[in-house]
Design a protein around this ligand. Structure first.
Ligand code: BG6
Ligand code: MG
Length: 218
């Protein structure tokens, strides 16, 4: 029996990838490092530190400088967050979350972002969540199962009663490693290992999705 739906944030509920890109881009320009939109694609779902390492492409910085660059990028990113409103919810999200609640399922968040709570507040949907796992909750980031396990613990549920919604390959891998169901949003090349694949949440309905899940997650 499924008792909870747990959502990734960036790329599932809202699309902050553009703001992350502009913030990293500004830092990269200030430091004379080439950084393109294509480079930015690799940063999807990846933690702030790993994003910086990808941007550096092998360049080595002292730890104190790494900290300063990450802080600077985050300050730029937080300027964009001030502008976030419910208009930034991806299509179908509000209706699907409302339907999920009405159906009686618990709702959780599992995001690698340390800014996740501020994003949820900006979007105006914080009150819909029973548990929020963010970039502060665990040390091991996706594809490790740790964050999903942490959120399931907060919801007081075993893994096979939880369904994860993810747009990143690493997120699907983490959900499966945790022994949970995975719904992939996006192209099959990225989320093909999920139990069910959808383009987005636009026409998603709770019962129809539950009907498509196998008897066990493994
Ligand atoms: C993920 C984003 O949700 O959070 C990544 O997809 C981002 O692009 C990561 O790097 C960490 O975010 P933050 O807000 O902690 O810098
Ligand atoms: Mg994502």
């Amino acid at each position: 029996m499924i008792s909870a739906f747990v959502f990734d944030l960036d790329g599932v509920i809202t699309d902050t990838a553009e703001y992350h890109y502009r913030s990293w881009k500004r830092l990269a320009e200030e430091e004379g490092i080439p950084f393109t939109r294509e480079d930015n694609e690799q940063l999807r779902g990846v933690s702030r530190r790993e994003s910086l390492l990808l941007l550096l492409k092998g360049r080595v910085l002292a730890e104190s400088q790494m900290q300063e660059w990450m802080e600077r990028k985050n300050n730029y990113y937080r300027q964009y967050l001030k502008e976030i409103t419910s208009a930034d919810l991806l299509p179908g999200v509000q209706a699907f979350l409302t339907e999920t609640r009405a159906y009686g399922l618990k709702i959780g968040l599992a995001s690698a972002s340390k800014n996740a709570k501020d994003v949820l507040n900006g979007l105006g949907i914080m009150a819909l969540f029973d548990a929020v796992g963010d970039g502060y909750s665990v040390s091991n980031t996706k594809p490790a199962p740790d964050l999903f396990v942490w959120v399931a613990g907060r919801l007081d549920l075993p893994p096979d009663r939880v369904v994860i919604f993810e747009d990143a390959e690493a997120g699907i891998a983490g959900a499966l490693a945790a022994g949970m169901y995975a719904i992939g949003l996006g192209p099959a090349e990225r989320v093909g290992k999920a139990h069910v694949i959808l383009p987005d949440l636009r026409d998603a309905h709770v019962q129809a999705l539950l009907d498509r899940l196998p008897a066990t997650p493994r």
